[in-house]
Structure formats: structure tokens, C-alpha cells
Design a protein around this ligand. Structure first.
Ligand code: GAL
Length: 664
């Protein structure tokens, strides 16, 4: 594994798709890139059809020219294998490589991601393309990073073709060893679905109410097959480019991922993420923080990661695609950098005029460089240039961890459930919001993480958890930390089987409570606790076995019953929250929990996000003002965005970002 970072300062640039433009435009592109301070572009993501124009017939001339042009102008290349979008000639010759949906309809040619990870034919063609590309450009000095495919699994996460089913059966054989083990783990006695032959193992096809254990295993299998494809392309590149870092772009957002990124993270040299804000999200700055805290939480050593794509302004895929407000572009990019990104790249350099995403803005927008976008892009490039010294620093360690797990999310969201309207990420993001509002930094980590350095661990709706992870959570409280576990946590084990004896199964003993039944609420319904707190979505009937009641249900069918509990465990504390607290009530509760854990907010709060990065004894204080009013932070040093000296107090104008190299 190679670990060197592809750019000397922070990365700045985006996806560059020159094949959509004439050679005169390339010259203008490079001139504008230099003007904006672009130092790296991602090339070739969707170029398969332009590079292999017919079976085995390669056209390299245009790419040779573009890479040379970029290199002459000091712009580095992140070269992508173009396999995310197989060419039409290949799909015409081999329509069987197109993914099959759960309803057994086959996808049509004409869009991207038209490939099945289990197709041997696709693999053969993809690896031939990858090897040809790697062989040709591995030694080119412009190529500093390799980029495998694009958002793998984004449009082809689950394929239900027969080749995939055969591969699934093979995967199950390895996992379970025998049909007896499989039958026990899946509980096939239910509905008399005992499997007597590996060839009879069903796939989660159609709209049937499939066995949840089978469905979860299919999701795990799909993640593994896509990973296997990534590794095959990665290894093909490595044959020719043994020391250049290789990555692929993840899509880490507020909900469970399409594949299990924390498990993928150790297979890439650089963890890279794509993040797009949602135009209707009133708290997109927190969405950025949540995503970035998740990416950092899965990056080995919590080291720097790369923001591979984000949007310049208007997106294209929502019903209403509003442009970003003035200053939002710069703030969004630095929001990622503050939380550990060593670069901010966009999709894409120049906005396309034609093609599916013709209304997605680019760093060169439809209006041209003399525009709000053009000015903010150039400003961002200049700011990132001035922040070059930050590269290689890491975010100051967080004292709070929030557990988030894809397998738990997959199990939570699929199949028949007590409440089908809840997204797995809703509750984790709500707890993150409450901490973010108080400016408390959180590492959002998978449950397998070593939790020994955290003072507060939040476990929101962690539906599936294995025994070892549950034990690690309990150990936090025993050694004096504070643990908060919420409803719908610890319900099933790693086999997706309900843990018997009452909820929240895996955490019952730690919390000293035992819930008997769920009382989910309908949309629009809410309830009250005797503390004045309010809740929605969820409540439950529980007994207290060995804990103190902090609040009781004040109305509804559970009136008088315990709702929030606290238990002293070792020298620490374990809270159980059996209902979905509404934002204000959650904020208040989080305040109390932070007091218990002795955690002070790190200086900002209420719309001012303050995050520190550190390297070799130096500290950089990032202050992002998401509000309109000017805000102040007590700090001394040199402010790198404006170049001003800060004596004792930094002034951050509304909607602006400031970064101070601290002097103590
Ligand atoms: C990403 C994708 C890009 C582009 C972008 C904007 O998810 O990787 O190719 O489609 O979204 O929609």
C-alpha cells in the first residue's frame, strides 16, 4: 500500500471531461485552471467509449494530448479507469452484463453503471481496458493518483441475474460451510423454507417478504462482490504503477451506504469521498459535518482524506435544483477541509451543454468565468493555496464517538419492521446535530472501532450489533465514560436474529432496563414526558431492572412508565433513551450528558463551527460562520484567508470562514 499524498498542497480541481469539448476549449480550460489555482483534475471517468472505440481498438491520441497539456501547465492528473460506463458496442455484444433489477427486468443501455459486478464477461473487458490504460500512462509524470471506476455500486448496487445468484451461493458456502449452519442462522424453519441443496438457495428477488437474514446476507454479498471488482482493477493498475496511490470515490452521506465503506477503507490508498448537499436540507452545513465526521471516522489513523467531488452550485437530480447562495461554495468546501479533507475537488470542471447532467453547474459555469461561480472558484483556489501548510495535519482528537454501521442500517431498513417510515440515518444525524449545534466534535465510527479514548459514546438506533461491539460499549462506561443508547439498538445479532429476553437486547444488562413492546407513533403524532420533553416516532413499554428513572411518559398508552433512565456502571454512566426525542428536548438532554462527561464545547456554538487541525505542534483553528451575524472567537495568531494578524480575538463575518495558525 502506498501512502504518499498526491498533491504537495491541498488538492483543488475537479472531474475534467475534455472529450465533450473541442481542442480549442482545452487550451482555454488549462488557462482558466491555472488562473483558478487548480492543481489536480480527474480524467477519464466516463471515457471508455472514447478510448476503446470498438472491441480491442484503442484511440489514445486525444488523451495523450490532454495529459501532456495538463502536465506542461503544472496540473496533475487523477486518472480514472473508465469502467463505470461500459460502451454501447460492448452492451450490444453482451447485453448479459447489464444488471438485473429485483423485479427481474434487465436494465437498458443508455445510462451509466450498466454492469454487474459478478459478470465474468464484464470483468474481462474492464480489466483489459484498465491494463491498457495503466500500461500506457503509469509512467507519465502527470499521473499522481489512480481512480478506479466511479462511485462503485451507486447505480448497480444489487444485481439479481443468474450469474449473481450463483456467486451468492458460492459466497454463502464459504460463510456457512454447511447447509445445517445456513438453515440455523437463517431460521429457515419459518414458513418451511429449509434449504436442502445449495442450488435451491433463493435470492431476494421480486416483492416477496423475504427472510431478513437472507436479505442482509445478499447486501453483504453485493458489497463484497463490488469490492472484489475494485480490487481486481486496483491490482491490474498496480502491476504497472506499483507506487502511485490508488483510490475510488465513496459516497458517504447521512444514511447507510450502498456498500460497506468502513470495510472498504483499508483497501484504498487514499480515502476519497463525494458529497452533495440536498437543496431542500435546511441544515446542509451539518450534513457536510456529519458526512465528513463519518469519512474521518473510517479513515485509518483518522488521517487526511480527499473530497473527490462536491457541487459547485445547482445540482441536477432533484425536483427543484436551486443554485447555492453566495459564499456557500467556499464555506462548503472549507467545511470538509476543516474536518480533515486535504483537498476539495468538484464535479465537474466545465458545465456540460449536452447530456443527462446538462443543468449541473461546473467550475466554469454556463455563464462563463465572469460570474458568481467563477469568482468564488478563483477565490477558493487562492484560499486553498494559502492553506497549503495545513496539508498532512489531522483533526484534533474528538472526545465523543457516535456509532454508525452499514450492516445495522441495511438490517434496519429492509423487510417487515415495527415502523417502516424511519430512515436508519435519521436518529444518528439528529444526535450529531445536537452535538454540532453545541460545537462538540464527534467521530462517527463503525462499532468495531477501539473506543478506549472516548469520554462519551452515543449509540443511536444501532439495530444490529455483535457481542464484541456491545462489550466495547459497556467497557466505556465501566472505565468512567458516559454511554447513551437509544431505542432500536441492540435488537438483533450479527445473524439478524432478535435477541431474546427483551429489548434493547445486547445493551439490556449495561442499561439495567428491559423493554417489552414497541409503541411507534404515526407521522404527526407526538408525546410528552413528565420532564417537559417531547418525542415523536417511537416509544416503548419498559421495566426498570437496575437503573434510575430520569423521566417518565406523561401521556398516551404508556403514561407513568419509564422513558429515560440512567445507571451508574463502574465509575461511569449509561443512559437509555426509549423514545425519539424532538430536537429541543434532545438538545437539553445532550447538554446534561456533556456535563456528565465533563466535555466543554470547543469555542463556537449556535451556527459558528470551530474545528482544530494539528501537525507537529502547530494548530490551525477553522471557524465557519453559518449565520448572518458577525461572530468572535478567542484565539491569537495569523489568519490565513485574509493574511491579518489576530491579537486575541478573531472576527468572523456572517457566512464567512477564517483559519488561524495559532500562536500560544
Ligand atoms: C456524482 C457522480 C458524478 C456526477 C455527480 C453530479 O454522484 O460521481 O459523475 O454525476 O454526482 O450529479
Amino acid at each position: 500500500m502506498t501512502t504518499h499524498w498526491p498533491t504537495s498542497g491541498l488538492g483543488f480541481g475537479g472531474d475534467y471531461n475534455p472529450e465533450q469539448w473541442s481542442a480549442e476549449v482545452w487550451d482555454e480550460d488549462v488557462r482558466l485552471m491555472k488562473e483558478a489555482g487548480v492543481n489536480i483534475v480527474t480524467l477519464g471517468v466516463f471515457s471508455w467509449g472514447a478510448l476503446e472505440v470498438a472491441d480491442g481498438v484503442f484511440e489514445w491520441a486525444w488523451l495523450d494530448r490532454v495529459i501532456d497539456l495538463l502536465h506542461r501547465n503544472g496540473i496533475a492528473v487523477d486518472l480514472a479507469t473508465p469502467t463505470a460506463s461500459p460502451p454501447l458496442w460492448l452492451l450490444a455484444a453482451h447485453p448479459e452484463i447489464l444488471p438485473v433489477n429485483a423485479d427481474m427486468t434487465r436494465r437498458h443501455p443508455g445510462a451509466r453503471d450498466g454492469w454487474c459486478a459478478n459478470s465474468a464477461t464484464f470483468r474481462r473487458y474492464a480489466l483489459r481496458m484498465t491494463k491498457a490504460l495503466a500500461e500506457r500512462y503509469a509512467a507519465h509524470p502527470a499521473v499522481v493518483l489512480w481512480h478506479v471506476s466511479n462511485e462503485i455500486g451507486g447505480g448497480n448496487r444489487r444485481c439479481h441475474c443468474d450469474e449473481s445468484l450463483a456467486a451468492f451461493r458460492g459466497w454463502l458456502r464459504l460463510r456457512y460451510g454447511s447447509l445445517d449452519n445456513l438453515n440455523r442462522a437463517w431460521g429457515t424453519a419459518f414458513w418451511g423454507l429449509h434449504v436442502t441443496d445449495w442450488d435451491h438457495v433463493p435470492a431476494p428477488r421480486g416483492v416477496e417478504a423475504h427472510n431478513p437474514a437472507l436479505v442482509l446476507d445478499y447486501d453483504r454479498f453485493c458489497s463484497d462482490s463490488l469490492l472484489d471488482h475494485f480490487r481486481a482493477e486496483r491490482d491490474a493498475i498496480r502491476e504497472f504503477a506499483p507506487t502511485t496511490p490508488i483510490t475510488t470515490n465513496f459516497m458517504v452521506g447521512p444514511h447507510q451506504d450502498v456498500v460497506d465503506y468502513p470495510r472498504w477503507a483499508r483497501h484504498v490508498d487514499v480515502v476519497a469521498n463525494d458529497h452533495y448537499t440536498v437543496p431542500t436540507d435546511p441544515l446542509s452545513a451539518q450534513d457536510i459535518a456529519f458526512s465528513a465526521d463519518r469519512v474521518r471516522g473510517m479513515t485509518p489513523g483518522r488521517g487526511p482524506w480527499l473530497l473527490m467531488e462536491h457541487s459547485v452550485s445547482a445540482h441536477a437530480w432533484y425536483p427543484v435544483n436551486r443554485a447555492k447562495a453566495p459564499r456557500e461554495l467556499v464555506r462548503d468546501s472549507l467545511g470538509h477541509v476543516a474536518r480533515g479533507a486535504d483537498g476539495a475537488l468538484f464535479f465537474q470542471w466545465r458545465a456540460s451543454l449536452r447530456g443527462a447532467e446538462q443543468f449541473l453547474q461546473g467550475m466554469v459555469s454556463h455563464a462563463g468565468p465572469d460570474s458568481k461561480i467563477g469568482r468564488e472558484v478563483r477565490e477558493l483556489g487562492a484560499v486553498l493555496g494559502r492553506l497549503a501548510e495545513v496539508r498532512g495535519s489531522t483533526v484534533a482528537p474528538a472526545r465523543v464517538a457516535l456509532l454508525f454501521d452499514n450492516e445495522a442500517g441495511w438490517a434496519f431498513s429492509r423487510g417487515l419492521k415495527p415502523h417502516k417510515e424511519i430512515g436508519y440515518g435519521d436518529e444518528p444525524r439528529a444526535w450529531h446535530r445536537a452535538l454540532w449545534t453545541r460545537n462538540v466534535l464527534v467521530d462517527v465510527v463503525p462499532p468495531r472501532t477501539d473506543l478506549s479514548t472516548y469520554d462519551l459514546v452515543i449509540v443511536p438506533t444501532l439495530f444490529l450489533v455483535d457481542d464484541e461491539s456491545a462489550a466495547r460499549v459497556a467497557a466505556v462506561a465501566r472505565r468512567g465514560g458516559v454511554v447513551v443508547v437509544t431505542w432500536m439498538s441492540g435488537i438483533v445479532d450479527h445473524e439478524n436474529a432478535v435477541r431474546p429476553g427483551g429489548y434493547p437486547g445486547a445493551f439490556r444488562e449495561l442499561l439495567g432496563v428491559r423493554s417489552e413492546e414497541f409503541f411507534p407513533l404515526h407521522p404527526g403524532e407526538r408525546g410528552r414526558l413528565d420532564s417537559g420533553a417531547t418525542f415523536c416516532t417511537w416509544s416503548e413499554l419498559m421495566d426498570v431492572v437496575d437503573a434510575e428513572v430520569v423521566a417518565r411518559y406523561a401521556d398516551g398508552p404508556l403514561a407513568g412508565g419509564p422513558a429515560l433512565t440512567r445507571r451508574a456502571v463502574g465509575s461511569g454512566t449509561a443512559y437509555y433513551v426509549s423514545c425519539a426525542l424532538e430536537p429541543e428536548s434532545m438538545d437539553e438532554f445532550v447538554g446534561q450528558v456533556l456535563d456528565d462527561a465533563g466535555i466543554e464545547p470547543s469555542g463556537g456554538g449556535a451556527g459558528l463551527d470551530v474545528v482544530r487541525r494539528e501537525k507537529d505542534g502547530a494548530t490551525w483553528v477553522f471557524a465557519l460562520n453559518h449565520g448572518d451575524e458577525e461572530r468572535r472567537v478567542a484565539v491569537k495568531g495569523v489568519e490565513l484567508v485574509t493574511g491579518e494578524t489576530v491579537d486575541h480575538e478573531l472576527v468572523v463575518p456572517g457566512r464567512e470562514v477564517r483559519v488561524v495558525r495559532q500562536i500560544r
